[in-house]
Design a protein around this ligand. Sequence first.
Ligand SMILES: N[C@@H](CCC(=O)N[C@@H](CS)C(=O)NCC(=O)O)C(=O)O
Length: 224
Amino acid sequence: MPVGNRTVPEITAYRSVPGLAHGRIKDIRVRWALDEIGRPYTTRLIGGIFEDKEPAYLADQPFGQVPVYKEEDLILFETGSILIRIGEGDERLLPRDAKGRGRAISWMIAALNSVEPVIQTLVVLTVKGRGTDWLAGATQAARPFAEQRLARLSQALGNREWLEDRFSIGDIAMIDVLRNADPQLLAPHPNLTAYVARGTSRPAFQSAMAAHLADCAVGEPLPA
Ligand SMILES: N[C@@H](CCC(=O)N[C@@H](CS)C(=O)NCC(=O)O)C(=O)O
């Protein structure tokens, strides 16, 4: 649906998720980017996170995940790709010059490819290993990777406000990844804690989170 000369994108989101995942679903990244530039969007709510997805949904998102982003006949999956698309439409999120653009995309990919996996591994271990005799050993093996990544990120950020000289899609991805980390992992790095607080206090993050929570109820607990 066009508004003025721009299409209003549609994003998918879950109707409900387990309490542990509430407020942590990745459509928030997309909502945040769109709210930063004041671009309206519509949402299409789908069934629960653990429900089988319809073949039509799998045609749009091969892994059955949220979010899917649609602009007329352009259908995107993976938040990184969606953030680039949104950023391409507005230089407040993605600089136009080759250097600025390249650096913002490097940070965005670093968030999703170098930082998120080590953090997510620990989350999965905690959830799946609860009450088991292997949790402590597995956590002990995985945690140093996460600690090292965060130490290097902290060093790279230094005392800057954002990862580069201005806010970008790199910060949206990185802050959303970090805010889902165990707070004890961030605690040794006050600059990272402050960076997350700075990002999540932006009006666009706040409005994105409010819209996300309005769409998404707390549902069934995680399956064992
Ligand atoms: N790499 C994907 C990850 C998306 C993702 O993990 N979505 C979760 C919700 S936060 C999901 O739908 N999980 C269900 C599943 O993996 O089956 C992206 O960045 O878009």
